[in-house]
Design a protein around this ligand. Structure first.
Ligand code: F2R
Ligand code: MG
Ligand code: MG
Length: 355
């Protein structure tokens, strides 16, 4: 591929990732907390939105995007990971717009950070849940910009930044390792040349990385009898489900992978949604793989905005913005900001090259 073409393709993948995350959040949010959603209802919902003549108010973004925007803006302005800057942005954003549907407990972290004047940015999260820390998916839902920022760095740097960024609010190893897995998935998708995706290899690569990541370190709290390789096991389960192709029901996905607010019961589900949608899915009426990813993720019910947002960022990083239906994009609040942040992160990629 010629240099200019490769440059444009990669720029489009950055946009695809940020816009994909936004779209999953905005389009999935109306269904959050609902049980499984009928595929025919979703076909009508997406078909209606795709109508070029439709004029409706923006689908508003929620906490997922509010925090993703902070992560992106902090990396762009600091040109590096700066924990205090990021924490300040989270807190400022939350107090400016508290009604974006934040997790019930993470708001205590924001209050404590503000009260302590950001003296110890990791302190308040560490004492959540009696010192166990949160295993919510709030760290994972906002991690996509880290994968873009680290696209030209050593894999270990990406892992360290993803984990530390999550640790500002999520002190439980399931919480921060979920963010690492989601970040690695976006990174893998971004690096895989279009039309060459080998889905088995994709998951196997993630398993190899997560086996290292989940090997308990000195600081990790792992109780006796507790399974330390939760994400490795979930990824192995994905490989098992993949053997059954389109015959795997939503009930089985919920049972085996989860559709919940906890990171270990939503990040693997987002990865599975991306993989599943690479092939046609019965009763999902779209030929477009990106759209199919979102429709499938939302059809599972539960934490729809977050699972669709995480799946959307992986799918967008792989397919690129050119494959994302414009008529769907235009319904999302703050679309132009997502595009701008993607472009800003893209222009930073040469300054962050510690390979
Ligand atoms: N909060 C929501 N959805 C609720 C409904 C919103 C409604 N539509 C509205 O408009 O108001 N969604 C958002 O929250 C999730 C991300 O949450 P995050 O940032 O991880 O928050 P938190 O508070 O840390 O954790 C969430 C819950 O998980 C449980 N939990 C976590 N760790 C736990 C532990 N160690 N022990 C026991 N429980 C633990 C708690 O119930 C937490 O409140 C996303 O879905 C985002 O969209
Ligand atoms: Mg949300
Ligand atoms: Mg959610």
């Amino acid at each position: 591929m010629a240099m200019v073409e490769a440059f444009e393709v990669m720029a489009g993948r950055f946009r695809g990732c940020m816009v994909g995350a936004l779209m999953g959040d905005c389009l999935g949010a109306p269904f959050e907390g609902e049980p499984r959603n009928s595929r025919s209802v979703l076909n009508s919902y997406f078909k209606r939105l795709c109508d070029p003549d439709l004029k409706v108010p923006y689908k508003q973004y929620t906490d997922d995007t509010a925090m993703t925007r902070c992560v992106a803006q902090s990396l762009i302005s600091q040109k590096s990971y700066n924990a205090t800057d990021m924490a300040k942005r989270f807190v400022k954003e939350y107090y400016a717009e508290p009604k974006r549907g934040y997790g019930a407990n993470v708001t205590d972290v924001f209050a404590a950070l503000r009260a302590s004047k950001f003296k110890d940015v990791y302190g308040p999260a560490a004492i959540q849940f009696n010192g166990r820390g949160s295993y919510g998916n709030g760290g994972a839902m906002r991690v996509a910009p880290v994968a873009l920022f680290c696209c030209a760095t050593r894999r270990q740097e990406l892992i360290d930044i993803a984990r530390d960024m999550a640790l500002i609010t999520h002190g439980n190893r399931l919480g921060y390792n979920g963010a690492v897995l989601q970040c690695l998935a976006v990174y893998e998708a971004l690096q895989t040349p279009i039309n060459t995706l080998d889905t088995v290899k994709f998951v196997e690569n993630l398993i190899t990385k997560m086996r290292e990541v989940e090997t308990p370190q000195e600081d990790d709290i792992v109780d006796e009898g507790e399974e330390p390789y939760v994400y490795v096991m979930r990824l192995e389960k994905i490989l098992e489900l993949m053997e059954h192709g389109d015959s795997v029901s939503c009930e089985r996905v919920e049972e085996e992978l989860g559709v919940y607010i906890s990171a270990h019961m939503s990040v693997p589900t987002a990865i599975y949604s991306f993989i599943r949608a690479t092939n046609p899915i019965a009763d999902i009426e779209t030929e477009n793989e990106f759209q199919r990813t979102l429709q499938f993720a939302v059809s599972l019910g539960g934490d729809t905005d977050t699972i669709a947002s995480m799946a959307g960022s992986i799918a967008g990083a792989y397919y690129g913005i050119a494959k994302i239906p414009e008529n769907l994009q235009r319904h999302c609040e703050a679309l132009s900001d997502a595009v701008q942040q993607a472009d800003d992160l893209f222009s930073l990629r040469d300054t962050n090259t510690s390979t």
